[in-house]
Each structure stands twice: as structure tokens, then as C-alpha cells.
Ligand binder design. Structure first.
Ligand SMILES: Cc1ncc(C[n+]2csc(CCOP(=O)(O)OP(=O)(O)O)c2C)c(N)n1
Length: 587
């Protein structure tokens, strides 16, 4: 057996099933081994960035790494942006690249180049992976591969990188690979659970923030029971709807600068925040961090230390895995308490006052299709086993605000990296999980154009695939900033600076059935696309329709000044503010 066969045999034994690749001379033995390994599915892409995004998305859904296989030099360089995405999104992934022959040395800073196509992969990859390893002839392959996979999955998950020289890929390995011992996954402990209960006993108005770290547990019965029985308000970040599915009436949805008003207001009124699996980074808190933490006790349970504990006066950090929490025990203990009953009633009243329906009605546009109304109908009409994938802009914010997931539905996007072009290849990785009968990809006209070629890869998947594009004539989110800060000059963001294809002709070229929805009355036509096959659905959005509600920063004395998450734009009508004040007075 050669080294490449040994690597993939070991990966299969470790439960890894998917590889996303672009072939190249520099990885020919590895590609060949991946193709021949039983129980392993290898899919070929048209760009290594896209292969990496698919591997990332697959890793998110399955909670275990997929492989991205890229050739030496340009292939590895293309895959770097996907490694970056896995790194900052904390997703396990194994990148494997080809390297120059092991007998060659290159002094990269001085020579730059000494072998066809080769570059300093270690130098490029190291800042965006948990660990980089270049396989040497003396390495125990089974041990290296197992350690890399364990490292990718343990603690705060992330990408790891294995570089394999062409001569080593082909070299013969004596004997059968032996599986070495593995890191045991974390298990519930009394310590973490007791610390949480002690904290809760000292506060009156707690809110639970379930962050993306909870993706490792959200399908577990104990986690779902906790959400169902705790009778405390739950919030999450934009794009994490599935983490709160079981919370019923206490699901207040996403908070943050572009989050829901009800969630933000309740967070502001709370005297305690329990953040589980969240780094509480600026993305979540907004730039005005001190007012986010004001008058609040904070307890964080996260695999890594959080950003800056100085900003909160009273912050307890438990740096430990979410898997250490005994959710079942917590659910039992909290279900018996009625200490927070008044607070829970207040939260439900605020949720009713500032409901998604209220927000849709408040901001509804009847020019073209209103994105919020569309997403509300989409959620209702999609089958129970739909996997949703999001782009980075209006599409995901609208969806996060108004869609209540049900059944086996889940929603995935690239939360922190926010790269255009993630969504189409990610849809491939998510479809490959086999968890969803229908996969709906929501994207912007801007994002779609970044990895358009992978529509062909997606077309090869035999499932009901619906690609929905929010056509708002270019980059709405950029125009919004230009309107706020640059006097409305739309340099680079309006269609006059950007080229877009004829969507009907494009969908035909890639073999998708086409539908265009141009007004609110036509929204329910989307139902037809979810009966089977491959669909490309263009939604005509008013180019002026932005995200609501949101924070609007201002420049004062040359400095950016950001409002608190309590004060989102547009302002609430006076009678709603009055009703809010009345509810608060009774708290
Ligand atoms: C790789 C990459 N390049 C540039 C950007 C900057 N950027 C952020 S949003 C955006 C426009 C997005 O357009 P679209 O997907 O159509 O969504 P819209 O803003 O119109 O809702 C751009 C160019 C980015 N996020 N990622």
C-alpha cells in the first residue's frame, strides 16, 4: 500500500466520508487514492476555494471534518481563503495539498521559487489553521492523520493542514495502518452545571444566548429538552435559527446590530446574560460594547476565552467545552423553579408587541418583492426536511428575522468570514450530508457571481435544489454605507459598474428550470420549485430596500459613533414605544 492509500484508509476508519477536490499533477497519487477508497465520496470542483467552502459546510452540518484536496502552489493558494473561513468560523476541516519533492529545499524569502508551481504553503497556511504538518518519510502516517483529525475536532474546532510531497505520496508503506488512541470527546460534568445554577440563583432577569458553539450539541435530546423546559428567554446570532428550534415561545430569535428588535430590547432589559458557545465578539455585541454589557452580570461557557473581559464589570468565564454542560440536569432543575415567571411573561409580551409580523408590516414595501415577506412565505411553504443555505447580506438577515424553522429544517451560512461566493459551493457540501430532501440556497446577485461555475457541480446532485437569487441590481449593503457616509455616491456598487448576465439564459445554460418572481402577489409561485428537480429562482427586489431594523452609525468629530442595539433604525411609532414603556413599568 502506498502512502496516499494509507492516508485515505486511515481517514475512512476515523469516520471521514467526503473529499472535495480539484485534481492536479502535484496531488495525482492522493486523488487516485481518494477515488479508490471504499466508503469515501470525492467530488470535483472548478476552483479550490469552492471545494474548500463545500468541505467547510459539510463539516458544519456533520460536526466532523471533510477533506479539501488541492494541488501544489496555485491550488493550495486558492484553498487558503476557505481555510481562513474555517478558522474564523471554528469549523473542523482537513486541507491536504501536494508539495514539491521532499529532496528539494527552497529558501522562500530569498529564492521565491525553485520548483514548478511551488510556493510557501506553510507560510500561507499557518496563520489560518490550528496546525500545519508536512509529512516526512519517517512519520507514522496513522498517528499523524489521527492527531490532525482529533485536533480539528477538539476544543474550539478549526482547520488543519497536511502537506504531502509527490515522492512521499507514491512511497510504499510497510504493513497495515494501525489506529492509534484518540482524544475522548468532552462529557457532562457537575462542575459546569453547578456553576451555572449558582449563577442563575443570584440574578432576576437572565437571558440565554446559544451561540454557534452549540452546533456540536443542538441535535441531542438533552439540549432540546433544556430549551423546551427551562422557561427562560433564548436568543441567538443571525443565521443560527436552528439552534433555538426547540425553545417554542421562549425563542426570541437573533439579536445584534442587524438582529430582531424584540431580542435586542429583552437583552437590554436583562440583568444577566448566560452566553453558551459564543465568543461575544463585536459582530454580536455591536461596536458599543460597554453599553452592551452595562448593568449585566455575564457568564460565558465557551471552548476559548472570550474577546475582552475588561468591558464587563461582572464577568465569569468558564473556558470549557459546551459538551461539558449537563443539559438534562439543568432542564430538570430549571423546570421546577418559578422564580423567573414574571420575567418570562414580560419577554413573551415584548415578543408579541414587536413580533415579526409587526416588523414586516412596519417596513413592508410593495415595489417589487419585499424580501421579509418573501422569506416568511418561503419558510411556511418549504418542506419539513429543507436545508437552507445563506449568502452574506439582505437574503440572510431577512431569512433570520422571519423564518421559524420546523421539523428537520436547518440553516447554514458563513457567519464570521462573510465571503461572497460561499453559498453555492456550500450548498453542495450540505446536500452531500444527505440530511435534507430539499436544499434551498438563498444568495444575492453579488454573491452568486463569485462562484457561479459551481452551479454546474450543484447540478450533478440528484436532489431538489432551489437556488434563489435576490436581484437588487448590485450591492445593496455597500450602497447603504455609501448613502450613510459618502453622500450617496454609488461607485462600484450600482449595475453601471458591474456586469450581470441574463438570469434566464444563465439558468438554462447550467440546466436549471427558471422562475422569476417580480411582485408580492406572485410569491407563492415558489411552491412549484419545491416539488423536485433543479430550480433557479430570481426574486426582483427594490434596489433601495435595505435591512430593517438595523443600527445606523454616524460620524461625529471625525469618529464613528454607533448607537446601542436598543436603538435600531427605523424608530418605533410612539404608540408602540408607549406600550413598551407600560409593559416595562409592570415588570
Ligand atoms: C470576497 C468578498 N469580497 C468583497 C466583499 C465586500 N462586500 C460585502 S457585501 C457586498 C455586496 C453583496 O452583494 P449581494 O450578495 O448582491 O447582496 P446585497 O448587499 O445586494 O444584499 C460586497 C461586495 C465581501 N464580503 N466578500
Amino acid at each position: 500500500m502506498n502512502c496516499s492509500d494509507t492516508i485515505f484508509k486511515m481517514l475512512a476508519e476515523l469516520g471521514i466520508t467526503h473529499c472535495y477536490a480539484v485534481p492536479g499533477g502535484g496531488i495525482m497519487y492522493l486523488v487516485d487514492a481518494a477515488g479508490r477508497q471504499s466508503g469515501f465520496q470525492t467530488r470535483f470542483f472548478h476552483h479550490e476555494q469552492a471545494a474548500g467552502f463545500a468541505a467547510e459546510a459539510h463539516g458544519r452540518v456533520e460536526n466532523r471534518p471533510a477533506v479539501c484536496l488541492a494541488t501544489i502552489g496555485p491550488g493550495a493558494a486558492n484553498a487558503i481563503s476557505a481555510a481562513f473561513s474555517c478558522f474564523i468560523n471554528s469549523v473542523p476541516c482537513l486541507f491536504i495539498s501536494g508539495a514539491k519533492r521532499s529532496t528539494f529545499q527552497t529558501d522562500y524569502p530569498r529564492q521565491r521559487f525553485n520548483f514548478p508551481q511551488d510556493g510557501d504553503t506553510e507560510g500561507m497556511a499557518t496563520p489560518v489553521v490550528k496546525h500545519y504538518h508536512c509529512l516526512s518519510a519517517n512519520d507514522d502516517i496513522s498517528q499523524v492523520v489521527t492527531q490532525l483529525v482529533d485536533l480539528a475536532c477538539s476544543g474550539r474546532p478549526g482547520p488543519v493542514w497536511l502537506d504531502v510531497a509527490l515522492d512521499i505520496q507514491a512511497s510504499q508503506v510497510a504493513g497495515e495502518p494501525q489506529a492509534p488512541s484518540r482524544i475522548l470527546p468532552a462529557a457532562p460534568t457537575n462542575d459546569v452545571t453547578n456553576a451555572l445554577l449558582t449563577f442563575l440563583a443570584q440574578v432576576e432577569r437572565p437571558v440565554f444566548l446559544m451561540g454557534r458553539g452549540c452546533e456540536s450539541v443542538f441535535r441531542c435530546d438533552d439540549y432540546r429538552r433544556f430549551l423546551r423546559d427551562a422557561r427562560l428567554p433564548f436568543i441567538t446570532t443571525v443565521g443560527s435559527n436552528h439552534l433555538l428550534k426547540a425553545a417554542g415561545q421562549m425563542n426570541l430569535g437573533c439579536f445584534g446590530p442587524t438582529g430582531r428588535r424584540a431580542a435586542n430590547r429583552i437583552l437590554t432589559e436583562a440583568d444577566a446574560l448566560v452566553a453558551i458557545g459564543s465568543g461575544l465578539d463585536i459582530d454580536a455585541t455591536g461596536f458599543d460594547r460597554s453599553s452592551f454589557f452595562r448593568n449585566k452580570r455575564i457568564l460565558t461557557i465557551n471552548a476559548d476565552a472570550c474577546l475582552d473581559i475588561q468591558e464587563a464589570a461582572d464577568w465569569t468565564q468558564l473556558t470549557t467545552s459546551v459538551r461539558n454542560i449537563d443539559f438534562s440536569n439543568l432542564a430538570c432543575r430549571l423546570a421546577k423553579q418559578d422564580r423567573y415567571a414574571g420575567w418570562a411573561t414580560f419577554c413573551r409580551s415584548i415578543e408579541a408587541l414587536l413580533s415579526t409580523q409587526f416588523e414586516i408590516d412596519l417596513n413592508l414595501t410593495n415595489t417589487a418583492v419585499d424580501p421579509y415577506l418573501f422569506c416568511q412565505r418561503l419558510g411556511l411553504l418549504a418542506p419539513d426536511d429543507t436545508g437552507f443555505v445563506g449568502g452574506i447580506s439582505l437574503d440572510i438577515v431577512a431569512f433570520s428575522h422571519v423564518t421559524q424553522l420546523r421539523g428537520a429544517q436547518e440553516f447554514y451560512l458563513s457567519p464570521h468570514a462573510g465571503q461572497l461566493g460561499w453559498d453555492i459551493p456550500a450548498t453542495v457540501g450540505i446536500a452531500d450530508s444527505g440530511r435534507f430532501g430539499t436544499i434551498v440556497c438563498l444568495t444575492g446577485d453579488g454573491s452568486l457571481m463569485f462562484n457561479l461555475q459551481e452551479l454546474a457541480t450543484l447540478r450533478r446532485i440528484d436532489r431538489n435544489i432551489v437556488v434563489i437569487i435576490f436581484d437588487n441590481g448590485g450591492y445593496n449593503s455597500i450602497r447603504t454605507s455609501q448613502d450613510a457616509h459618502l453622500g450617496g455616491r454609488h461607485f462600484g456598487s450600482d449595475p453601471e459598474w458591474l456586469g450581470f448576465p441574463d438570469w434566464a439564459a444563465l439558468s438554462q445554460a447550467f440546466g436549471y428550470r427558471y422562475m422569476s418572481i417580480e411582485e408580492n402577489d406572485g410569491i407563492d409561485a415558489i411552491r412549484q420549485s419545491m416539488t423536485g428537480g433543479h430550480w433557479f429562482v430570481r426574486i426582483k427586489i427594490d434596489p433601495e430596500r435595505g435591512r430593517t431594523p438595523r443600527l445606523v452609525s454616524k460620524i461625529r468629530d471625525g469618529k464613528f459613533v454607533s448607537p446601542t442595539i436598543f436603538d435600531q433604525f427605523p424608530e418605533l411609532p410612539p404608540h408602540i414605544e408607549a406600550a413598551y414603556a407600560a409593559l416595562k413599568a409592570n415588570l
